[in-house]
Design a protein around this ligand. Structure first.
Ligand code: SF4
Length: 381
């Protein structure tokens, strides 16, 4: 079987096998029960960079708070971010909020119904616009994302690096052809291709023997599943250490809202700073000697405020873009006054802090802090 076998019969066979398999085998997901473009849009934005299992609860909570584009448009940004907290990539939430306002103000509250109209929304790229318009309106809009890139590459035995521009062009052409026939249910074909890619044609050891399209798959025929798509070069991370301080005063914790241009813009966090060197020595991290001065100096130079670190209470790992971060958390005191009229530094009771749009790592730190406070209280009682 070669790459030249994709004639009309091949396409006909692919489309009908995909749709039949989808009818019988697809997972029931909440956003598949609707044709409402608003709901599909919310799900698609949440699903960018986030697993299905994680998105389901967020999707329900978000729609309970903002059931339509009008309620989202009139919401306060902090409310939107609070419901997004933990999903990461907060720019998505901000852009969605801006798009909702635009729909209400400029489109009379009507969600756009063409591919071009949806593409004009902030934060919507070619894939998302294709997904919304094909799922909601059954338009013949192509889609290409991680699962379909893998499936399509295998269906055309494409051995090149799929991240290259020419490769993307070729795969988009395949995606266009797949949904080119309007009466062949483009929305269902797109859903089926994504589902097959995510459930059967998986990266490692795809389930070819139970795959509905194995008879017309040249990659399976030639046993090239491990080589297609071409494995990506491993992402190189940079290790970093950060210091975070939990400053308590009269039962309240000091938090800061991240500024424009900083990581996690608009979200609240404990005061934290990146350290010039990656810390490895666990004894030093926990005892604070001889690193205390370095920690305090980095906090001072970041915030122009003096903190005095008291004791270590937790360390955790997380990743941001190309950085693998080890975050070391200390109880501390603020040896300075907060700048007057400063709205982005505030004291919160731990219960109030839990309701804020916090960074994901701040949420984890707050949980740990509460746990340790509860343990201390129960020891004293
Ligand atoms: S036969 Fe195997 S490689 Fe081909 S599409 Fe199906 S799962 Fe993927």
């Amino acid at each position: 079987m070669s790459d030249g076998t994709r004639d009309a019969a091949w396409w006909h066979s692919l489309r009908s096998k995909l749709k039949n398999w989808y009818d019988q085998s697809h997972r029931d997901l909440p956003w598949r029960e609707t044709k409402d473009p608003y709901r599909i849009w919310i799900s698609e934005i949440m699903l960018q960079q986030t697993q299905v299992a994680t998105v389901i609860d967020y999707y329900h909570r978000f729609l309970a708070a903002f059931p339509d584009v009008q309620t989202l448009a009139s919401a306060d940004e902090q409310e939107v971010l609070a419901l997004w907290a933990g999903l990461g990539y907060y720019r998505r939430a901000r852009q969605m909020h801006a798009a909702a306002k635009g729909i209400v103000e400029e489109l009379d509250g009507q969600f756009p119904s063409t591919l071009e109209g949806v593409l004009d929304l902030p934060g919507v790229g070619r894939y998302t616009a294709g997904a919304i318009t094909s799922f909601a309106y059954d338009l013949p809009s192509p889609i290409l994302e991680a699962n379909t890139i893998r499936l399509f590459s295998r269906l055309i035995k494409f051995e090149e690096d799929v991240t290259k521009r020419e490769s993307q062009t070729k795969l988009w052409e395949f995606a266009v052809e797949l949904v080119a026939v309007k009466k062949q249910s483009p929305g269902k074909l797109n859903q089926a291709a994504m589902e097959l890619g995510s459930q059967v044609c998986v990266p490692k050891s795809p389930s070819c023997t139970s795959c509905p399209v194995s008879k017309i798959c040249p990659t399976f025929h030639d046993g090239l599943q491990d080589r297609i798509p071409k494995p990506k070069a491993k992402k190189q991370y940079i290790d970093q250490s950060h210091v975070l301080v939990a400053v308590q005063r009269k039962g309240k914790l000091l938090l800061r809202r991240n500024q424009k241009g900083e990581w996690w813009e608009g979200l609240w966090d404990f005061p934290r700073a990146a350290l010039p060197k990656f810390l490895k020595n666990q004894k030093q991290i926990k005892s604070l000697t001889p690193i205390q001065e370095v920690l305090e100096e980095e906090l001072r130079s970041r915030f122009s405020l003096s903190f005095v670190c008291n004791s270590w209470f937790h360390s955790l790992k997380h990743a941001v873009t190309k950085y693998k971060i080890q975050l070391h958390c200390y109880t501390a005191e603020l040896d300075d006054k907060l700048p007057s009229g400063e709205e982005d530094w505030k004291w919160f009771k731990p219960s109030e802090a839990a309701e804020l749009p916090l960074t994901a790592s701040a949420k984890r730190v707050l949980k740990q802090w509460n746990r340790q406070m509860d343990a201390k209280k129960s020891m004293l009682s």
